[in-house]
Design a protein around this ligand. Structure first.
Ligand code: ASP
Length: 446
C-alpha cells in the first residue's frame, strides 16, 4: 500500500506528536535509557547540522542584503528611515517578549528536581561557545567587541556580532566601489547564499526525524511536565506576537500614516497567509510586494527598496521569539538574568535578526547567538525545538507584516503612496491600480 505524499510541515507536526507520545511511553515504562542511547543522538545530529550552516549563511546573506541597497547615497534618506524603523520595532519586539516571559515565568513551572537534572545535563555538555554567565563582559566591552580586530578569526571562531558588523560594512562598501569591480563579488556571495539556502532545505528534510528524536528524548527524560511547560512557553510567544502586531504596528500606522489599520491588514492578508504556510519571508516576498503596491498603493520605488531589505534584515517576530526563548531557557537553567543581560538580549536579538535569513527555521539557528551572549547553554535549543515549527509559522507572519508596515510608513512620509487604491477585499477595482499605473503616478525619488 502506498502512503500519501505529505508536506514537510505535516510530517514535522506528525513527528512532534509521535515523538511526544513515544517519549511519554518511554517515561511511563522506564525505557528512557534506550531512548537516550539510540534516539537522542539523532536529535543531536540534527542540531549539529543546523549549527553547521550558521556562519556561511549569515555572512553571505548579509553581504548580499546590504549590497542590494545599490546606490547608498541616493537612497540615503529612505535607507536611514527604513533602517531606523526596522531596528526600533525589532528592539521593541524583543522587549515585549522579555517582559512577558518575566511576568509569566513559564520556565519555572517544571519541578525543581527536573530542572536541576536539565542544568546538570547542560553543564556536562557545555562547550566553548557558551561562556559562563559570570564571565559576561560589560555592555561597554560588548559594544567594543562588535568591532573585529581580525574578521577571518571572527569567522573561524563563530563570533556572530563581529561577523555581522564586518558583513554589513562589506555590503555597504560594495555599493561604493566601481560597479564592474563590485559585481563579481556580489555574484560570488549570491552564489554562496543560494548554496547555503539549498543546504538548509536539504537539512530541513531531516527535520521530522530530528524533531521526533528531540521531543522523544526530552519527554522520555522529564515526563508530561515538560509538555505543559512547552505549552506555556508557546502561549507566551504567541501572546507577544499578537501584542506586537495589534499594538505596535497599529499605533505606527495610526500615528505615521493615513492608511487605516483595517485597510492595511485587509490589503496584506494574502501575504500573511503565504507567510504562515511557507514559514519564509523570502518565499513570501513576491506576494508581499504585490499586496503592498496593488492593494496599499505604495510606490514601486519605495516598495522595491524596503521590502527585499526587510525580508533579509527585518525579523520582529523572530527577535521577539528569541527574547522569549532566551529568558525561558534561562529560567529553566536557573540563571537569573540581570538588567544588563536583559539589555544584552535586546541588543543581540536585534542584531541577530539582521543576520537571520528569511527561510524556515533560520530563527532557531540564530537563537544560538542570543543564548551564547548571556551564557544560557545551547543544549536548551533541544528542549524548544519540538514546538519550533508551529512558532516559526506564526513569527514569519509578524516578520512579513513588519516589512509591510515599514513600506507604508516610509512611503507615507515620502509622499509615495496613493491612498485612493482599493483594498484586497475589493479585488475588481484593485486590479485597476496595477504597479505600472502607480509607477506612472510617482516621479523618481529625489
Ligand atoms: N522563518 C522566518 C522567516 O522567514 C525566520 C525564522 O526562522 O524565524 O521570516
Amino acid at each position: 500500500m502506498r502512503l500519501p505524499k505529505l508536506q514537510l510541515y505535516t510530517k514535522v507536526l506528525i513527528a512532534l506528536a509521535a515523538g511526544a507520545l513515544f517519549g511519554l511511553i518511554a517515561n511511563r515504562f522506564e525505557f528512557s535509557g534506550f531512548v537516550g542511547v539510540w534516539i537522542k543522538p539523532v536529535g543531536t545530529a540534527f542540531i549539529r547540522l543546523i549549527s553547521m550552516v550558521v556562519v556561511p549563511l549569515v555572512f553571505a546573506s548579509l553581504v548580499v542584503g546590504t549590497a542590494s541597497l545599490k546606490d547608498i547615497r541616493t537612497l540615503g534618506r529612505i535607507g536611514a528611515k527604513t533602517l531606523v524603523f526596522y531596528m526600533c520595532t525589532t528592539a521593541v519586539a524583543v522587549s515585549i517578549g522579555l517582559v512577558l516571559t518575566d511576568i509569566v515565568r513559564p520556565g519555572t513551572s517544571l519541578p525543581q528536581q527536573a530542572r536541576e537534572r536539565l542544568i546538570h545535563d547542560a553543564a556536562n555538555q557545555r562547550d566553548s561557545v557558551t561562556p559562563p554567565a559570570a564571565q559576561q563582559p560589560s555592555i561597554r566591552d560588548l559594544l567594543l567587541n562588535i568591532i573585529p580586530t581580525n574578521p577571518i578569526k571572527s569567522l573561524v571562531d563563530g563570533q556572530m556580532l563581529q561577523i555581522i558588523f564586518f558583513a554589513l560594512l562589506m555590503g555597504i562598501c560594495l555599493t561604493l566601489i566601481a560597479p564592474e569591480r563590485g559585481r563579481p563579488v556580489i555574484d560570488f556571495f549570491k552564489g554562496i547564499d543560494e548554496i547555503i539556502v539549498r543546504m538548509v532545505h536539504l537539512i530541513m528534510l531531516t527535520a521530522p526525524y530530528g524533531v521526533f528524536a528531540l521531543i522523544a528524548s526530552v519527554v522520555a527524560d522529564f515526563g508530561a511536565g515538560i509538555l505543559l511547560m512547552l505549552l506555556q512557553y508557546s502561549i507566551v510567544v504567541l501572546l507577544g506576537l499578537a501584542i506586537h502586531m495589534l499594538v505596535v504596528y497599529s499605533s505606527a500606522l495610526k500615528i505615521l500614516t493615513k492608511t487605516g489599520v483595517r485597510r492595511f491588514f485587509q490589503g496584506l492578508r494574502p501575504a500573511q497567509v503565504m507567510a504562515f504556510c511557507s514559514s519564509s519571508s523570502n518565499a513570501t516576498l513576491p506576494v508581499t510586494m504585490d499586496c503592498v503596491t496593488r492593494n496599499l498603493g505604495v510606490s514601486p520605488h519605495v516598495c522595491s527598496f524596503t521590502l527585499p531589505l526587510g525580508a533579509t534584515i527585518n525579523m520582529d517576530g523572530t527577535a521577539l521569539y528569541q527574547g522569549v526563548a532566551a529568558a525561558f531557557l534561562a529560567q529553566i537553567y536557573g540563571i537569573e538574568l540581570s538588567s544588563m543581560q536583559h539589555l544584552t538580549i535586546v541588543l543581540t536579538a536585534t542584531l541577530a535578526s539582521i543576520g537571520t535569513a528569511g527561510i524556515p527555521g533560520a530563527g532557531v539557528i540564530m537563537l544560538a547567538i542570543v543564548l551564547g551572549s548571556v551564557g544560557v547553554p545551547l543544549q536548551g535549543i533541544g528542549i524548544i525545538m519540538g514546538v519550533d515549527r508551529i512558532l516559526d509559522m506564526c513569527r514569519t507572519v509578524v516578520n512579513v507584516t513588519g516589512d509591510g508596515v515599514c513600506a507604508v510608513v516610509v512611503a507615507s512620509t515620502e509622499g509615495q503612496i496613493a491612498l485612493d487604491v482599493q483594498g484586497d477585499s475589493q479585488k475588481a477595482s484593485a486590479r485597476k491600480t496595477a504597479p505600472d499605473d502607480l509607477r506612472a503616478r510617482f516621479s523618481e525619488p529625489s
